[in-house]
Structures are given as C-alpha cells and as structure tokens.
Design a protein around this ligand. Sequence first.
Ligand code: FE
Length: 276
Amino acid sequence: MEGAGVHLRRGFGFGDTRETDPFLLFDDFRNDVPGNYVAGFPWHPHRGIETITYVLAGTVDHADSLGNQGELGAGDVQWMTAGSGIVHQEMPRGDEAGRMHGFQLWANLPASLKMTAPRYQDVKAADIPVITDDDGTRVRVVCGSFWGQSGPVEGIAAEPVYIDVSVPAGKRRTLPVETTRHAFAYVFAGGGKFGNASEPGPVTTDGVAAANHSLVLFDRGDEVTVEAGPEGMRFLLVSGKPLGEPVAWHGPIVMNTQEELRQAFAELQRGTFLRR
Ligand code: FE
C-alpha cells in the first residue's frame, strides 16, 4: 500500500539496490477495482531521482510545483526528473471498465546531478516507435535505442533502454543487452521462459519460467533469450548503467549521504525545499 491507499505490487525497491543499480524501485499498479487506487498519490516531494510512469489503461492526472498539469493516458509515458526537488501529485483515474493499469520505475541520479533542475517529459503513445519483426514480435521503444530505433525520452542520467516486448505464442527471440548494464524483465501478460542465449535449442534446461507479475533479474551478459508459452508473453525489458555510488534513501528522497537526507527533510520542514 502506497500513497493515500493505492494497492500495488512492488517488483523491487526494498532498500538494497546492488542488483538493480541504477534503478531503485519498480511498482506494478495494475488494478481493476477503483477503490484500490482512486485515493492516489496526493502532493508529495521528490529529490535526487527520476521517475518513469508508463500507463497501459486508464489515466493518471498529474500536477506539480513547476506549474505543469496534465493527464497520462493509455500508452503514454511520463519521465520526471526530480533533481533538486519537486512537489507533485499523481492521481489515477480508471477507464470506463474501472481499470487502472501501469508501472512506475525509479532511476537514481548520480551525485553530480542530484541537485539538477527538475523537469518533466511527457510522451504521447503515438510518439513511441513500434517495431514488428517477421516472427510477429512487437517492441515499443520507450527509451534508448533498440533494433535501430530510438525512443522519444531523452537525457536520462542512467541512459536506460526501456522496451515493451510482445512475443507470439511458441516463438523464441534473442534480445541484445549491453554487457555494462544491469537488466531486468517484468512479465505482465501470458508467460514463458527466460534463458541463457548460449544454450542451443529451446530454452528448457537453463530457462527460468516466468508468468504474469514475475520479475527476472539478469546477470551481466550481452543478450537475453525468451521463449513465449502458449498464450504468448508480454514484458518490459529495462537496462541501465550502474552508478556504483552510496545510496541514502528515505521515502521519496534518495541522496548519497545521511547528511544530505537530513538536510532535505530539514528544508521540507522549513519550507525551503524547492529551489525553482
Ligand atoms: Fe511521486
């Protein structure tokens, strides 16, 4: 339970960031019962991080201390760089069927950018490139470069590659991931197996079965192999360059040292938190 009472599933984000660095947290807020999400995330601060919200169904109304206001609809993405500080609210509103489906990822900012100017990038669904290969595998490139296409979200410190992949039933695909990166997959429809691309033949002995709601963390390697089950499989595949810096984290504020955290919360109390 987060915000003012939003039921969600947290893939990771329980404090130990070593395996997911530069990413801090991943929340799946898919829900079909409005009472479980309409209270939303009323006004709250962030500093030192970037948040990436990807909506699949329903809308999220947002507003912030920079004066931005708008709504995110199905297929839209919002990239928020909190930097030195922002106060915002994120209020989910379901669609006609009562569904509110989406994900929020937190990417850490390096020490050199923790106090950078805050900003928003809103990306409409139509501006996200979609690639379909001969096998029928479909990839939406939200951020970074993949199969020769570049996503519309730019200037993110962790230089993430964030793609939404749909693999048809029974198909096997090998997807490139840079070896210098940490990578994870999160399955949100159907299921299948993730395996080691160096093993010939179907992904069986070495594969990891993954169904809806599964998080798969990868060791460093240069590719990820997936084999969709009988219902096909849809998943996010996200990778980023580890920062390797100390993490001092309390709630919505993530700094490098405890002293910086103390300062941030003292500024909140004094009313001097916002620089812009
Ligand atoms: Fe927030």
